[in-house]
Design a protein around this ligand. Structure first.
Ligand code: M6R
Length: 615
């Protein structure tokens, strides 16, 4: 939610900031703006709409050259997405400009106080209070960083703030609480970004700001303090991917690139996790074997696509470890007073590591004494930092708003966690674990093979641009796949789509069916769990008998499904628990092609943002 960039150095700040905003636009695209310090004032430009609107405005009227600048790309919370509410927000004298990500919960009271002191507001945003508050406390003797510390101590809620002052050329100040902000250390230049992609074209040296910290950037120094002014410890790390990984690389959309990257992403998730004996090693598992042996309940928390990965985790963990496992939407978790003890292991799944609902749920779990294991993609982000242990998915940057490779790698990572628990607790023999791990190791080549067969799926999607509704059904781990397929269609093609447990259809939703309505069924393997397979075939028959158009996803060699499929999509045969890793791929391709056929921007679907950093 909202992308923030800051730069100080010898290059033109507006160019560097604009480039950073291009890379961060996936975080929000309601408006964009830039401000730079120049000759005793702050110059700015901002426009509602996607970044291209700002680029057009800047090409008509450029900002003055400056080496100090900030920028913002917005996902609107307070105030409509128009020019007035676009960031940066400036003081009336144009001495201070500020950009913000998050929500300042006490802004109404602060605004009333500032209005009483004759400050005039130009926007409806919560952010503007920060510009005026900075102005009200600014003292040239102590500077902008101290003003920021004073202001932050008065704010409630979640915020990343970045500001510049007309009297301090060569200084950019940032602050964070509950929202992300990363520093990039360059050579005689320094950067700020909501994530490292903002400056990855310039440096791979990064410093994650901690909770309640303020950073002052100059060309040759980075000074981090806590909100109370005490010096803060900083840990620098090297980003493991480069600028190319954050580019489209010849694809029309990031989503297409990320779908194609899935074999490699899954291989990277598995890399280094299997020792010479074929057993699992999870390096970042900071919980001891004794801790893991004492776990008597597991609770999975996540949102959206990550929640669907969590649903699959429940099946795998319970099957392999026999530990009772619950899965809950992170946004609901803490409000029902969940029963948590020291022996509860909470697994928080999040691609970004910044999702506020998940972060708040994990904090609640830790406050109640439970231990938290994060399954996360973004190195050093808040959720793994605040957890007791982490298993990184190593999927590389995921930029498209719709999650694809993050989902597959989350499913693989939770399988690893489940098998690791089984290994430590002895609920599976070493031989069995080796066997499952070997099957996971075959996934990259199977996904690769599957991706070469997707043309008919694209054609089918293109022919369905006028459909009103698509339903998805599945049982067991096919149920979360059905939910994920429906979510992709909703978020990308803006169509009514719903996923159902196949057996639940007859309890109500079957009334939705109309002649020709497309229904996608995910059919489990006929091998091993054949009752499950047969039950889904029965459900398909029930649906087909009511005139629906059946699109069936079934494994190679499953001939039983052939009489009931209007369209048959084949996936390689794998064990049932691992089937979601393949079955979801045609659904991603389908939703992407459907949205493209309808003329929508699949990377930046309306009303959405990649990282949801508000509750
Ligand atoms: O970064 P996270 O994995 O915590 O994000 C959770 C959801 O916001 C995310 O999966 C969302 O549902 C995706 N846009 C779905 O494609």
């Amino acid at each position: 939610m909202c992308g923030i960039v800051g730069y100080v150095g010898s290059l033109r700040a507006d160019d560097v900031v604009l480039e950073g905003l291009r890379r961060l636009e996936y975080r929000g695209y309601d408006s964009a703006g830039i401000a730079v310090v120049t000759e005793g004032t702050v110059a700015s430009a901002k426009r509602a709409g996607k970044l291209v609107q700002l680029e057009t405005a800047l090409s008509e009227s450029a900002l003055p050259a400056s080496g100090t600048g900030i920028g913002h790309t917005r996902w609107a919370t307070h105030g409509a997405p128009n020019d007035r509410n676009a960031h940066p927000h400036l003081t009336r004298a144009q001495s201070i400009a500020v950009v913000h990500n998050g929500i300042i919960e006490n802004f109404a009271r602060l605004r009333a106080e500032l209005e009483d002191a004759d400050y005039e507001f130009q926007s409806e945003t919560d952010t503007e209070v920060v510009a005026h508050l900075l102005d009200s406390v600014y003292d040239p003797a102590t500077g902008l960083a101290e003003a920021m510390r004073v202001v932050c101590r008065r704010l409630d809620g979640a915020f990343t703030l970045v500001a510049i002052h007309a009297d301090e050329p060569g200084v950019v100040v940032g602050a964070r609480r509950n929202s992300p902000l990363v520093v990039g250390r360059g050579d005689n230049e320094n950067f700020l970004g909501s994530d490292v992609s903002a400056f990855i074209g310039y440096t791979r040296k990064a410093i994650e700001l901690g909770q309640d910290q303020v950073v002052e950037l100059r060309t040759d120094s980075i000074t981090v303090t806590n909100f109370d002014g005490t010096p803060a410890q900083i840990t620098e790390y090297e980003v493991t991917w480069d600028a190319e990984a954050a580019e489209k690389g010849g694809y029309d959309y990031f989503m297409l690139k990320e779908i194609a990257e899935q074999p490699q992403a899954v291989a990277d998730t598995l890399l280094g996790r299997i020792n010479d004996d074929g057993l699992l090693v999870l390096d970042e598992m900071r919980l001891s074997d004794d801790d893991l042996r004492s776990v008597d309940k597991i609770v999975l928390i996540a949102c959206g696509t990550a929640y669907h990965a969590g649903m699959i985790a429940k099946y795998a963990i319970e099957h392999w470890t026999r530990i009772p496992c619950e899965i809950e939407l992170a946004s609901e978790f803490r409000y029902r007073d969940p029963i948590l003890t020291r022996d509860t292991l909470v697994i928080a799944i999040s691609q970004s590591g910044e999702t506020m609902d998940t972060l708040m749920a994990l904090r609640h779990a830790r406050e109640q004494g439970a231990r938290v294991l994060a399954v996360c993609n973004v190195n050093g982000s808040t959720i793994p930092r605040e957890s007791d242990a982490v298993v990184y998915t190593h999927a590389g940057p995921e930029i498209a708003v719709a999650s694809t490779k993050a989902f597959l790698t989350q499913v693989v990572a939770v399988h690893l966690v489940a098998l690791y628990l089984a290994q430590v607790r002895g609920t599976k023999w070493g031989e069995e674990i080796r066997h499952h791990v070997e099957q996971l190791a075959q996934m990259p080549s199977k996904i690769e093979e599957l991706l070469t067969t997707m043309e008919p799926v694209r054609e089918m999607a293109a022919s369905m641009a006028d459909a009103q509704t698509v339903l998805f059904i599945g049982r067991h781990v096919g149920y979360p796949v059905a939910l994920e397929g429906a979510l992709k269609v909703k978020e990308l093609a803006y169509m009514h789509a719903e996923g159902f447990a196949a057996g639940e259809l007859k309890h109500g939703p079957i009334a939705l069916l109309e002649e020709g309505m497309p229904v996608v069924a995910i059919v489990p393997s006929p091998r091993g769990r054949s009752i499950l397979h047969d039950k889904v075939i029965s459900n398909i028959q029930e649906v087909r008998a009511r005139g629906a158009r059946m699109i069936v996803i079934a494994e190679e060699g499953d001939t039983d499904v052939e009489p009931y499929a209007d369209v048959l999509i084949r996936i390689p045969a794998v064990p049932t628990l691992m089937q979601p890793i393949l079955a979801v791929v045609p659904l991603q391709v389908f939703a992407c092609a459907l949205a493209t056929a309808k003329g929508f921007d699949v990377d930046q679907p309306r009303n959405l943002a990649k990282s949801v950093t508000v509750e």
